[in-house]
Design a protein around this ligand. Structure first.
Ligand code: PHE
Length: 335
């Protein structure tokens, strides 16, 4: 038993000289001095020794216990001081963990780009509320109650006279009510319609445009939109204006651009026509000027409204509009 005690002491002291961590020291302490520890075991066994050996071994066991208690106390103190130092336990040679940073949603990116192009052409960027009165969304845009043209848009009604705006055109009315010509503004924002499939979502984005002054002509509309398309896509893209109808513009047009994917040859995206519809436009109807109190003998103007999702899909080659709203970070991080 004497040899055993000496061995326990020697080994424990030697181990404490190596660079042990706090947990390792504590484990070793339990192994030697714990209730079922080695030294404790020896002390317990003293009583089973022959009478004459008991005092000597008992003394030795108590001495080893004292020595080790002191050694552990010291080791634990030194080790906790060391581990509390800033930077302890950190491997500074490891490469850093990359921070996951957010990106700007592709729709917002396109909206900003469109706003940049029109800002350079002298257009102000103005906004309006998503929840609109029937008056601003329909009535003042020459869409009286019970007029069949209201069926063009399946509307979310909040109450009889309050709707989620079905287009950004109410921003035109709000702007003209507050100001006198000359006006050059665009109004980006959300719009809502009861519509949902591969190319429609119930909430979508539009940019409205309005220019009112003396002598504004359809030629100005064509010129501005041509510059816009050339800056947004490519200088060589052709445009085409097709006659159309909107209650708030006369004459009205739908504007197509040459398919930016097949360059007019015909592909799946343009339904093999070579053309893509991107916006509705026209000369502001004198009936609308009447609602906002402008003199339609003196002023003329043009307006347009385009869908942003469509433009984002063309720019980024996105095939299904719903991808934009699934909040899949792997998808969104590509833009
Ligand atoms: N507001 C129309 C729509 O959402 C687009 C448009 C705007 C047409 C302005 C003409 C002038 O369909």
């Amino acid at each position: 038993m004497k040899a055993e005690l000496e061995k326990i002491e020697k080994e424990a002291l030697e181990l404490l000289k190596t660079d042990l961590g706090l947990d390792e020291i504590k484990a070793l302490q339990v192994k030697c001095l714990g209730r079922k520890g080695l030294v404790t075991g020896c002390l317990r066994n003293v009583s089973s020794l022959p009478q004459e050996e008991r005092p000597k071994i008992g003394q030795l066991a108590n001495k080893v216990k004292k020595v080790l208690e002191g050694a552990f106390k010291k080791a634990l103190k030194e080790c906790s001081a060391k581990e509390a130092r800033p930077g302890a336990g950190i491997d500074v040679t490891l490469p850093g963990r990359p921070l996951l940073r957010g990106t700007i949603h592709p729709i917002i990116q396109i909206m900003q780009e469109i706003s940049d192009v029109f800002s350079r052409l002298g257009f102000e960027v103005l906004e309006g509320p998503d929840i609109e009165s029937d008056y601003y969304n329909f009535e003042a845009l020459n869409l009286p109650k019970d007029h069949p043209a209201r069926d063009m848009q399946d509307t979310f009604y909040i109450s009889e006279n309050v709707v989620l705006r079905t287009h950004t055109s109410p921003i035109q009315i709000r702007t003209m009510e507050k100001r006198q010509p000359p006006i050059r503004m665009i109004g980006p924002g959300k719009a809502y319609r009861v519509d949902s499939d591969i190319s429609h979502t119930p909430m979508f984005h539009q940019v409205e445009g309005l220019m009112v002054d003396e002598n504004v002509s359809f030629g100005d509309l064509k010129g501005i939109l041509t510059i816009f398309v050339h800056q947004m896509f490519d200088e060589t893209i052709s445009l085409r204006f097709r006659p159309s109808f909107f209650p708030f513009t006369e004459p009205s047009a739908e504007v197509d651009i040459e398919c930016v994917l097949c360059r007019g040859k015909g592909c799946r995206v343009c339904s093999h026509t070579g053309w893509l519809e991107i916006l509705g436009a026209g000369m502001v109807d004198p009936a609308v000027f009447k609602y906002v109190g402008y003199d339609s003998d003196r002023y003329t103007g043009f307006a347009f409204g385009m869908g942003i999702e469509r433009i984002a899909m063309l720019r980024y080659g996105i095939e299904d509009i719903r991808r934009l709203y699934e909040n899949d970070i792997r998808f969104l991080h590509q833009f």
